[in-house]
Design a protein around this ligand. Structure first.
Ligand code: THU
Length: 144
């Protein structure tokens, strides 16, 4: 991959700003995401938790839903900012912060060509490297 994380500093800043607005009272783990489309438009999202834990929404999916809602075409990059490096959630000390499995499947669906950068991983990542051999279905409806 020719691009470097530094090439996405503005997008990472947008993700950091979004992380500051996260609603994460249960995990104490705030995450922000920012999506860049081919027209240069940016769409952001943060994680939004719920007392019924399984209903919680990740930052990546919030940003991707905002991008779809805003009519984004050809998503080129997704930046992620993990704001809380320690706290009530007790992250594993050796774990790199990357999108969860559900968000990877969303990326395959909505942003297969995107470059993924985070504040916790030095190198940009492709969606294919995050979820190789992914499950896909050829959509019947051409309306995306
Ligand atoms: N979270 C995200 O927003 N994105 C990820 O890729 C991993 C996890 C959120 C979900 C939950 O609100 C909190 O982080 C702890 O798992």
């Amino acid at each position: 991959m020719t691009q470097k994380r530094e090439d996405f500093s503005a997008l990472l800043q947008a993700a950091k700003d979004a992380a500051g607005r996260a609603y994460a009272p249960y995990s104490g783990f705030r995450v922000g995401a920012a999506v860049l489309d081919a027209a240069g438009r940016v769409f952001t999202g943060c994680n939004v938790e719920n007392a019924s834990y399984g209903l919680s929404l990740c930052a990546e999916r919030a940003a991707l839903a905002a991008a779809v809602t805003g009519g984004a075409q050809c998503i080129q990059a997704l930046a992620l900012w993990f704001l809380d490096l320690s706290g009530p959630g007790e992250k594993t000390p050796d774990g790199a912060d990357t999108p969860c499995g559900a968000c990877r499947q969303w990326l395959v669906e909505l942003a297969p060509e995107a470059v993924v950068v985070t504040n916790q991983t030095p190198e940009p990542m492709s969606v294919d490297s995050l979820l190789p051999n992914s499950f896909r279905i050829q959509p019947k409806n051409s309306r995306k």
